[in-house]
Design a protein around this ligand. Structure first.
Ligand code: SF4
Ligand code: SF4
Length: 389
């Protein structure tokens, strides 16, 4: 990561005009109250939304507040979803600045952050699983997947270790259209969670190692199915670490193009009313809003009903920014909030394009005993292809 100039960082934090718009119910006219999922699900006091977090960050940096875990709690109670940034009129990106501040304040103890970082350093994944387990799903496939080729399917730790159906169905889509793809023998972790939780120097070392491994694999193109991997590999590697990678596309972009060019034969699946949850990392961070909706429109039998808010104003699933590890209960309450919005649309299922969002939204559904489950877009697409065979 390029070295952070503390004066510049402080100057950025001082851009906050303390207007409080990031607290107020700015989507009220649309029938939705509040933009910050933390504010909605905690005390609602000043540290719960961005204005307060910024003042706490300044006080910690300036030494006005002692650098303790308790004093820094508000900085970690943030999913870095960026929804406040959508509405903020000041000349800075509040969520990105909080991420940078976490890195500067790395000396403050944080058990969840350090546990995740230790696991990535030892196992190449944050789930404390042995690195070799990441390829177990490949052995269960009905066709062979090589370890080299032109197109790398960068599976990501969550799909490899926790949501293997996402990995398998992504591979099935690539296989069905004859893509010459491969999965690495030893896939590195992209290090997204390192960056979000403030382990910037470890993230740099990890990113350099990952970029080298990807380069040595000979890949000319990279396909990902995780929104966090997408944002990290495509944006952070270049902007924070000056690392070049081959072209990177998310599977929803790839699939949208297949559908547009009529290169993928699809058959009706059982008719369902569905809604789409925009993952923050491919939505607000990368502007990928139309492609998933094109894919849903392209799968015969699906009827899309939108949640309100959606696209750039979509409320976070609650998993991001390390919150799922730092404060799992709060993370699940936020997910439950999103599921309730989905229930209000009359949708039977929530579709998303990130295995981490899927996991957390289903945890939220469990919390409120909701029958509305979340599935990955590749599950429906692969099912639709298979039905044709
Ligand atoms: S972060 Fe932006 S929206 Fe929030 S109080 Fe500061 S200037 Fe206003
Ligand atoms: S980034 Fe998201 S969670 Fe964090 S303060 Fe802004 S709206 Fe709230």
């Amino acid at each position: 990561m390029n070295e952070v100039d503390l004066d510049d960082l402080r100057e950025e934090l001082l851009q906050c005009r303390r207007c409080g718009i990031c607290r107020e119910a700015v989507y009220d006219l649309k029938g939705f109250e509040g933009i910050c999922p933390i504010w909605r699900n905690t005390s609602g006091f000043e540290p719960s939304f961005m204005r307060g977090k910024i003042q706490i960050a300044i006080a910690l940096l300036d030494g006005v507040l002692e650098r303790t875990s308790e004093n820094a709690e508000a900085l970690y109670q943030c999913t870095l979803c960026g929804n406040c940034t959508q509405i903020c009129g000041a000349e800075f990106h509040p969520a990105h600045v909080i991420e940078t501040v976490r890195g500067i304040l790395e000396e403050i103890p944080n058990e969840a952050r350090d546990r995740l970082a230790a696991s990535i350093s030892t196992n190449d994944n944050p789930y404390q699983e042995e690195a070799s387990v990441k390829r177990e799903w490949v052995k269960e496939m009905e066709f062979d997947i090589p370890t080299e080729g032109d197109t790398l399917y960068f599976t990501g730790c969550t799909a490899s270790l926790r949501m293997q159906e996402t990995a398998k169905n992504t591979a099935r889509i690539l296989h069905a259209v004859g893509e010459d793809f491969f999965v690495m023998e030893n896939e590195p972790c992209c290090g997204s969670v390192l960056l979000r939780t403030g382990k910037q120097e470890v993230a740099r070392t990890n990113a350099e190692r990952a970029a080298k491994a990807i380069k040595e694999s000979g890949a000319k193109k990279i396909i990902v199915s995780c929104a966090g991997c997408m944002k990290t590999l495509k944006k952070d590697f270049a902007e924070l670490f000056d690392l070049d990678l081959p072209e990177i596309v998310h599977i929803v972009q790839y699939a949208a193009q297949l559908i547009e060019e009529q290169k993928i034969p699809l058959k009706n699946i059982e008719t369902k009313k569905v809604t789409y949850h925009d993952p923050c990392h491919i939505g607000r961070e990368l502007g990928i809003y139309d492609e998933p909706r094109k894919v849903i429109d392209g799968i015969p039998g699906l009827e899309l009903v939108e949640m309100n808010p959606n696209r750039s104003a979509a409320i976070c699933c609650g998993a991001g920014g390390g919150l799922r590890s730092y404060d799992p209960d709060l993370s699940k309450r936020i997910a439950a909030d999103r599921v309730k919005v989905a229930e209000g649309t009359g949708a039977e299922i929530i579709i998303t394009a990130c295995p981490f969002c899927e996991t957390n939204l289903n945890s939220g559904a469990d919390l409120i005993n909701s029958s509305v489950r979340t599935v990955d877009i590749v599950d429906l697409l692969a099912g639709s292809i298979k039905a044709q065979e």
